[in-house]
Design a protein around this ligand. Structure first.
Ligand SMILES: NC(=O)c1ccc[n+]([C@@H]2O[C@H](COP(=O)([O-])OP(=O)(O)OC[C@H]3O[C@@H](n4cnc5c(N)ncnc54)[C@H](OP(=O)(O)O)[C@@H]3O)[C@@H](O)[C@H]2O)c1
Length: 347
């Protein structure tokens, strides 16, 4: 039996800001019957994750593409793999049965054929949380936020913590983890609505709209008169330069991402190297994948925090495969608050 699969692809490599005309919705036939020796699993996609890192995979060339399997280049015309949650439609593997809820590497489309060896895990259907949480707070955003903050930044109670893209999928969790530890936390975001969200709904001590600041160094000086101990960097560029200028001695910078540099080849951070030397600042990049061995521990801690109401998560969910291109483009225009997700089908 065959079904029609609607999916999103790129028409061409994208080397600047993504636009609607770079994307195409295609339809192809997918066979639900898999040969007896095949270990493929056919999954009906329910939710797919929309993440900034895909833009680096869509470029004709990026230094990220050869580093780790999930950063490989996306070929125009082909399916785009992405983390997602779905339900198994067909499987000959003993570990996955029809009807199982799964999370793993699916595609930006209605159905996914998941090859053996590709990331796919069964979900507990009785966890009692929305399934979409597995894409954000219980997925790679939560892992990046928790491992990046605690393992890379090595924060101490009372320290002063700065988070950029602070209302985004990772940033809004980092700020809350920092508050739970007893830190002073300030976030930078791209609108007054987001400033209010951080201060009123998430308990950040302060926040500012970077788009309204003429001098980012002065803005950070105003928010951190006693300097920054920890900077969780999601944006790179001029914000990283301003943060380094305001760091305290032995400050730590965890570089989670540099979104301001993804779509603009001329924006590159050039922090003052003398500050880094004389203030003995550590700047360390990391990938969530480095911390997979801690995932189970982080997940159980996060679940407890959410159950106790100590940690809140916010999601921004669009509907249908057709909305994937605009959802993705919106990440680079600051349209999302919290984790950006596309709901592809009803549960
Ligand atoms: N290291 C890892 O393993 C890992 C894993 C996942 C993601 N990441 C990285 O972590 C960062 C945050 O990811 P996320 O999933 O949490 O995305 P996200 O923050 O939910 O979405 C992007 C947000 O970034 C901000 N932004 C967009 N363009 C910007 C620019 N030019 N300058 C400053 N801010 C800009 C926008 O908010 P504003 O309105 O505030 O501008 C936008 O809403 C990204 O750099 C991503 O690539 C790293």
């Amino acid at each position: 039996m065959e079904i029609k699969n609607k999916y999103v692809t790129i028409k061409n490599s994208i080397n600047g800001a993504p636009k609607e005309s770079d994307f195409e919705i295609k339809v192809e036939n997918v066979s639900l019957i898999i040969e007896s020796e095949s270990k493929d699993v056919v999954v009906k996609n329910l939710f797919v994750s929309i993440d900034p890192y895909h833009i680096n995979r869509m470029k004709s060339q990026s230094s990220s593409q050869g580093t780790i399997s999930f950063a490989t280049a996306i070929t125009p015309g082909e399916c785009i793999d992405s983390y997602g949650v779905g339900r198994v439609l067909f499987s000959r593997r003993p570990d996955f049965r029809k009807g199982d809820l799964v999370a793993g590497l699916l595609t930006w489309g209605e159905y996914s054929i998941v090859k053996e060896g590709s990331l796919l895990n069964k979900l507990d259907p009785n966890m009692g949380f929305p399934l979409s949480y597995h894409l954000g707070i219980f997925g790679f955003s939560g892992l990046s936020a928790c491992a990046g903050f605690f393992e890379v930044c090595k924060p101490k109670p009372g320290e002063r913590v700065f988070v950029s893209a602070a209302s985004g999928s990772i940033g809004h969790l980092v700020g809350q983890y920092a508050k739970l530890l007893g830190c002073y936390v300030v976030g930078s975001v791209g609108s007054q609505e987001k400033v209010n969200f951080l201060k009123e709904r998430l308990g950040f001590d302060d926040a500012f709209n970077y788009k309204q600041e003429t001098d980012l160094k002065l803005a950070l000086k105003r928010c951190f008169p006693q300097g920054i101990d920890v900077y969780f960097d999601n944006v790179g560029g001029r914000m990283l330069e301003a943060a380094v200028a305001n760091m305290n001695i032995f400050g730590r910078v965890a570089v989670c991402g540099v979104i301001s540099e993804y779509t603009n080849a001329t924006t590159r951070a050039a922090p003052e190297m003398l500050d880094i030397v004389y203030k003995r600042i550590t700047i360390k990049g990391f990938l969530a994948a480095d911390f997979m061995n801690m995932y189970a521990e982080i997940l159980s801690k996060t679940v407890e925090y959410v159950k106790d109401g100590k940690l809140k998560t916010v999601e921004d969910i669009s509907q249908g495969v057709e909305s994937i291109p605009s959802a993705f483009i919106g990440l680079f225009n600051g349209e999302n608050i919290g984790k950006k997700i596309v709901k592809v089908a009803d549960e």
